[in-house]
Design a protein around this ligand. Sequence first.
Ligand code: PHE
Length: 467
Amino acid sequence: MAQDRGQFSSKLGFILAAAGSAVGLGNLVAFPVMASKNGGAAFLIIYLFFVAFICYPVMMAEIAMGRSTNRNPVGAFSTLSGGKLVWRLAGMLAILTPFMIAVFYTVITVWLVVYIKEIFSGNLDLLSRPGNFGEVVARPSLFAYLVSLLFLIFFILLGGVKGGIERLARVLMPTLAIMLVLLVAFVLTLDNASIGVSYYLVPDFGRVDLAVINGALSQAFFSLSLGMGILITYGSYFNRKDNIAQSARMVAIADTSIAFFAGMLILPAIFAFDPNTNTDDLSTSSVGLIFDFLPQIFLSMQETVGFGGASVAAGVFFTLVFFAALTSLVSIIEIPIACWIDELGFSRKKAVLFQAVLLTAFAIPATMSLGISDFFTNFTSYGGVSKSFFDLVSDVFYETILPFVGFTVCIFCAYNWRVSGLKEELVIGDDSYSGSLVEKYINFSLGTVIPAVLLIVFISTVNQIYL
Ligand code: PHE
């Protein structure tokens, strides 16, 4: 069993892999739109505050739980609590959540592949037509793309922690950063781009209310891939001589910087398209924005750079989003795999195959949820709205459960493992932790302010979606 667990080759390997997980659709699309709707730099300041004071301690706690036990979330909760059932259940929730999130994240990634193929086949104009997205997601040919994507992902995961996950992140993360910088530089040369920049960067505190604050915290939590057992599992592959506090900080900085730069890309592009854009009208859904709106924006660039130039810009952008989604997806699917290896004693190969079968079984109905099958499209209804199977999975696991799992991690570390146990792990590889301000802050807040805030976010989300 032990030889199948694997380890990152270095601190940098861990940072790149964890940043690969963290950088995803949330950074590239959701963050810029939320920021511009909710007061620009005012939102950014609140977001940074939450990253530093709520998310960073939770990141450290998750990594420490994984590294100290060398286990997946179920194993970590169970080992540290001496096998208590309630904590085993908390661990299971941290496996079930990524398991289900992988289902709909896979479907979104399949759409990205279809868009990239269409753009590079010279069909950007078709993608920009109103209603096109509804047509793409109802195409039966999606299954062929689904199968190819699943083969690619499970092939990467068969390569293990170092040869698969880390290697992928080492290639894709720097590539992604370069592509982003080039696209930002290009977009800033467009007419009216500066209106977008000032919209993004001028603070407007008048727009900040409780809902905005709540949204900023959910977004920060989601963007850092917290509450999903990801950092527990990645922590279990993290070398004992390396520094947890510093590595977590690097991941948070990388994730937040990419989100920030994505804003410097998306908003100038939107304002170059229409200088009178009212950002309140922009869809809050990342999916609607990426697949409905952005192709139109890229197509509009043809007036300055021609259809070919616009297609290349769109192609680079969609490839960038695809890379971000792929590294996130690999991290999500690794969590149940680690659980099968640790808890069921499977070899990596057997665990990967087992997970491939399970994921395929759920991804098929999710793919059929947007028009292919009536049953899955109108699967259920709550909060007064009809919901597809895809919506159900996304609402329950993506939108709702994450802060709750974060809450259980804090309560567990503060009261069961105890702050002293956590500290014992955090000082390994970090001489400066003991007595530091970070330590004092964690000792004070991990059992009090942080879980309280996460619980409030959880309750208000439940209230908003289901009641
Ligand atoms: N953190 C990723 C983002 O910002 C999303 C993600 C979700 C990653 C779930 C892993 C798991 O988009």
